[in-house]
Every structure is written in C-alpha cells, then in structure tokens.
Design a protein around this ligand. Structure first.
Ligand SMILES: [Fe+2]
Ligand SMILES: [Fe+2]
Length: 470
C-alpha cells in the first residue's frame, strides 16, 4: 500500500516528489486554491477549531485521522486508491484489454471535459454552502457542514491532479478555470444548473447532500469503472469520502421528520399551521423540498437519449455504476423501451445509459424514503413521503419543460401551473423555513426544528464542542 506523505507541501500517495515538474505545477496552483477557499469558502469561520477527519491512508480501515484544525490549514491532498495489478477494461468495445495508464489521444478532449465537469461541481457546492454556518442548528451540524466542505475541496484537488498530470497545458488552464467560475455568477457560472442554485437554509442543505451528492456518488461510481486507470483510482477513494455526505443528508432529513412527529404528537394534530407555529416543519413542506431537490438532481444525468453516453461507454471512458452487476458489458445490438412524451420508443441500450443510471439512482434514493416512512408509520400517521418520477420538472431531455405531475402524468399546462405550488416550495414555505434558521452553538444544544442525532462523531458525546468558535 502506498502511504501518504504528510511531510510534503501537498500530502499525496502518488509519489509526487519523483515528478518535479508536476510537483512544481501543483505547488503553483496550491496558493490559488487557498485564495479561492479564503474568498469563496466558509470565510467567516477561518479561525474556528473544527473537529475534522483527514485522510491518512487509503486503507478501507482507519483511513482517517480526527482532530481540531483551522479549515485553511486542512491538509488537502492527492489520494488514489491502490492500483489493481494488471487491471483490465471491464466494459465496452475494448473489454478485456489492459486499462489505460495514459490518456489515448482520440479520447483526450472528451475525458478532459468529463473530468472538468465533475471537478466543477466540487468547489461549486462549497460556494453554495458558504453562508450556512451562520444559521447552524447545532455545533454537531456545523462540524458536518465543514467536513463536507473540506472534502469537496479535496475532490477538487483530485480532479486537478488528473488535469495537471495527464492533460498538459490544457489541463493546467482548466485547473485555473475551475477556480474562476463561481456558483450563481452571472458572467462565469458553474457548468451545471443545480450547482448554481442558491442554498439559504439547512433543509435545502440536507436535501442537497441527500440528492445531489448522491448524483455525485453515481458519477464517481461510473468513473470508478473507467478504462482510464488514474481516474478510476481517484474516484474509488473519493467514494469513501462521499458516503459521509449522504449520511449527513439522510440523517438530517430523518431528524427533521423525527422532530416534526414529536411536535405532532405533543399537539395532537397534523395541521401544518399549528406545527409551524410550534417551530417545526410540517411533512407536506418536507415533501415539497424533496420534490424540488430530487427533480433538480435528475437533470444531472443528462438526456434520456444520448450519443455521448454511447460513445463514453463503448470507448471505455465511463461505465455504469457497479458495472459487474450486469451480465452484458458490451451492449451492442441491445435495446430498451423508454417512455417518451408521444409513447414508448425502442432505443439502443448504448444511447439510453443516462436513463439506466437515472433509474438506478432513483432506486438508491428510495432507501432513505423507506426509513423516514417507517418513522411516520410507527408514529401512527397515514402520510408517506414519496419521490417524484424521473419525468417531473425536467429541463433536459424529451420531457424538458413539459407539464408532468410528480407521479409522471402529462397534464394540462394550467393545471400544472396551479398545482406546482403544492409540489415544490412556495415563497411562503421558503420564508417560513428561513424564519427557523437561527444559529445554535451551545455545545449539545439543538434548534427546535430538528431532533438530536443518535450519536456524536467518532464515538464522542453529543455535548462535545465539535467547533470551537473562540
Ligand atoms: Fe465531491
Ligand atoms: Fe459530496
């Protein structure tokens, strides 16, 4: 196993010291990254001591070290999962051939675009979340937010490493651009729409980490299959970090639901107005937030029918998440029936892979829903939280802009517009959620709209001072 060298300016397990040119290039980029963090990250908390985990190896067991750090001093570095000896390409037309250790010339620009698009989401989410620290529901949550932020920063490092190491001057330019685009910027926005949406409250943050980070998980899983071995190894380690982000989302929503159920029991009502008056979030509002962030994340998989998806798969650049679970890894001559606005259509499987991924993503999203619904059921209520179908509120693909209900029915435009306020958060909902957002930072204390977590971080008690604000 390649251990991580922390004596170096850039912690890494890629033997950076052996490649002086690359090392110098990355050391040149490093201060630009820190400047970006200083300007666009959680700037107002730079002097806080935060109880963070830092990667210390890429071993499945015990890869992280925990300790209090100032975020600007976090040891962002380059960590690749260990190489699989003699790794072979696992899908596509070149299946069985040796994995690529360098970028084949014909795939260079496509691979660079894929890496840049993934890389762009990482700093984007830090930018979106930069003000949330001011309204944290507890120190525990504040610490989790910052953990997610520093790890998204590290994910940027992961992609920048690939750009610098394998894409020459173009790659170095792209690495600079990754710091120049900003979430929501009118002139230089982030590449994908979801990553330009403002995030002003913690319910959105939990939905984002549940739905949007899970899209990230699916993208990383498909890159983990890539024939380009350095990309595969990078993404395999990123996935171990990503799991925590989804944990934050799933348990965050679960704690909101738990608190709401407590208030419903206490008041003996499911009347949203009374629940709100008591400072908790009524379940129909939770449902509207789920609808909003789930549908916003669905577009990230791209169009239902896509020649890019066919090229990416056939060439070996991007596989399906968990490729080994499928029987056919080549997919030539296969087709699938997809529901289009004007009826079912037979689509070559290779061109439908975005949709295959989107559907498996939605199944993964169901896991949390089942848990939250069990909580609701146990409390004796009939309401169930649901996910919208993959056709709801789309802005990419054949369903883009069409009036489709969350259940997937094409309906009249007037009806859709009237009902949309029952389906996604209204301005009133957003104002109400905003009214709950107050900073709670006494150790062990929780805001009234969310239940405490079941346990603390790294076996520490809930009362632990996870962030020392001084
Ligand atoms: Fe990430
Ligand atoms: Fe993430």
């Amino acid at each position: 196993m390649s251990s991580i060298n922390y004596a170096e300016k850039i912690p890494n397990n890629v033997n950076l010291a052996n490649d002086r040119t690359l090392q110098r290039a990355l050391e040149h980029w490093q201060p630009h990254f820190l400047q970006w963090w200083h300007e666009m990250g959680p700037t107002d908390f730079e002097s806080a001591d935060v109880y963070l985990r830092t990667a210390v190896s890429v071993d499945a067991q015990g890869w992280a070290h925990y300790g209090a750090v100032h975020m600007p001093d976090y040891r962002w570095g380059i960590f690749l999962a260990d190489a699989v000896p003699d790794r072979k390409i696992g899908f596509g037309d070149q299946m069985g051939a040796p994995a690529w250790q360098q970028v084949p010339g014909e795939y260079r620009s496509t691979l660079r675009r894929l890496i840049v698009t993934q890389g762009d989401t990482e700093p984007a989410s830090v930018e979106q979340q930069r003000m949330l620290g001011h309204t944290c529901p507890s120190l525990y949550d504040l610490r989790n937010l910052f953990q997610v932020n520093v790890e998204e920063g590290r994910h940027l490092w992961a992609m920048v490493y690939l750009l610098h190491a394998y894409f020459g001057r173009d790659g170095r330019e792209e690495a600079e651009e990754l710091l120049a685009r900003h979430s929501g910027d009118a002139d230089k926005p982030r590449i994908l729409t979801t990553f330009n949406e403002p995030m002003r409250d913690w319910l959105s943050f939990f939905c984002f980490t549940y739905f949007t980070d899970r899209d990230g998980k699916y993208q990383l899983k498909s890159f983990a299959e890539s024939a380009f071995d350095p990309l595969s190894r990078t993404c395999r380690f990123m996935l171990t970090e990503e799991a925590h982000h989804m944990f934050v989302g799933e348990t965050g929503i679960s704690r909101v639901v738990k608190r709401t159920l407590e208030v419903m029991k206490e008041l003996g009502t499911d009347d949203p107005a009374r629940i709100r008056a008591h400072g908790a979030i009524d379940l129909p509002t939770v449902q509207r937030y789920l609808n909003y962030w789930c549908s916003s994340s669905l577009d990230l998989f791209g169009s239902e029918i896509s020649s890019n998806s066919a090229t990416n798969f056939a060439s070996g650049m991007k596989g399906r998440p968990d490729e080994t679970q499928y029987e056919d890894h080549v997919l030539r001559g296969k087709s699938i029936k997809l529901l289009m606005p004007d009826g079912e259509q037979d689509v070559p499987m290779l061109n439908a892979l975005n949709e295959v991924m989107r559907e498996s993503y939605l199944r993964d999203c169901e896991i949390g829903l089942k848990r939250w619904n069990r909580q609701i059921e146990r409390a004796g209520h009939a309401l169930r939280l649901t996910l919208p179908t993959s056709r709801f509120r789309r802005s990419i693909g054949p369903w883009a802009g069409l009036p489709v209900s969350p259940e997937g029915k094409l309906i009249a435009k007037e009806e859709y517009e009237k009902k949309l306020r029952d389906w996604i958060p209204t301005e009133t909902d957003q104002a109400f959620i905003q009214s709950l957002m107050h900073k709670v930072v006494a150790p062990g204390k929780m805001a009234g709209w969310i239940a405490p977590p079941e346990r603390g971080i790294n076996n520490l008690p809930l009362e632990y001072e996870y962030v020392n604000l001084h």
